[in-house]
Design a binder for this molecule. Structure first.
Ligand code: CA
Length: 224
């Protein structure tokens, strides 16, 4: 787990770093809002701990700007201001939690743990992947090697079912029942046609086939 700490106070910054590293977190510590924003946008973090009084900009601005850039990493504001309205605006600006300085070390790690746990739980429901293939169920987007590939609704639902059942052999009748919720004639070429569309769409972005045809049984999605 990687945590980004944006804190200009050296004593507090290194304390947070020490507390988290003791719990086996990897910590990147920066002292300005702009550097923090840059790292948070590029890097993959499991949580961001953010001070509000930063030398170059307001922590709330950092928070808002990251959310505008679609960075969905959980953010915990760590600040000496404990006025209710500051807490409320922090949450309004897209932060997930707020902790007042001085803080208790155990409280800090408990909050970080709760945030990262919730984040990964939601993420795992929202994003499915197999090798270079990735589907975001919430945004209904499909990516191959980070390239967005447009799928029709039927193709998207088919792809989702394959990703949910990757590695398993899926018969045509199973697909018909679960994806289209109909029991149609399994001799039809319908599924084959959709699969060929998907195969054609992913081909420019990968050298792997992903879909294997298992004779007389059905298909299997695998990144082998
Ligand atoms: Ca500060």
């Amino acid at each position: 787990m990687r945590i980004l700490v944006i804190e200009d106070d050296k004593v507090i910054g290194s304390l947070v770093e020490k507390v988290l590293e003791k719990k086996e977190y990897e910590v990147d510590l920066v002292t300005t809002g702009s550097l923090g924003e840059e790292l948070a946008t590029k890097g993959k973090y499991d949580c961001i701990i953010l001070d509000l009084g930063l030398p170059d900009k307001d922590g709330l601005e950092v928070c808002r700007s990251l959310r505008e850039k679609q960075v969905d990493t959980p953010m915990l504001i760590l600040s000496a201001y404990d006025a209710v309205n500051v807490k409320v605006s922090g949450l309004d600006f897209g932060a997930d939690d707020y902790l007042t300085k001085p803080f208790d070390n155990e409280e800090l790690t408990a909050r970080v743990e709760a945030l990262t746990r919730r984040y990964h739980k939601n993420k795992s429901r929202e994003v499915l992947s197999c090798g270079e293939l990735e589907i975001n169920l919430l945004k209904r987007k499909f990516y191959v090697n980070d390239n967005e590939v447009e799928l029709t609704n039927n193709e998207f639902d088919l792809m989702t079912y394959f990703l949910q059942n990757q590695g398993k052999i899926i018969s045509i009748s199973e697909l018909a029942e679960n994806v289209w919720e109909i029991g149609f004639d399994t001799r039809t070429n319908y599924i084959n046609v959709y699969l060929s569309y998907i195969r054609k769409k992913i081909r420019p972005y990968t050298s792997k086939a992903y879909f294997k045809t298992i004779r007389k049984q059905g298909f299997k999605l695998t990144d082998e």
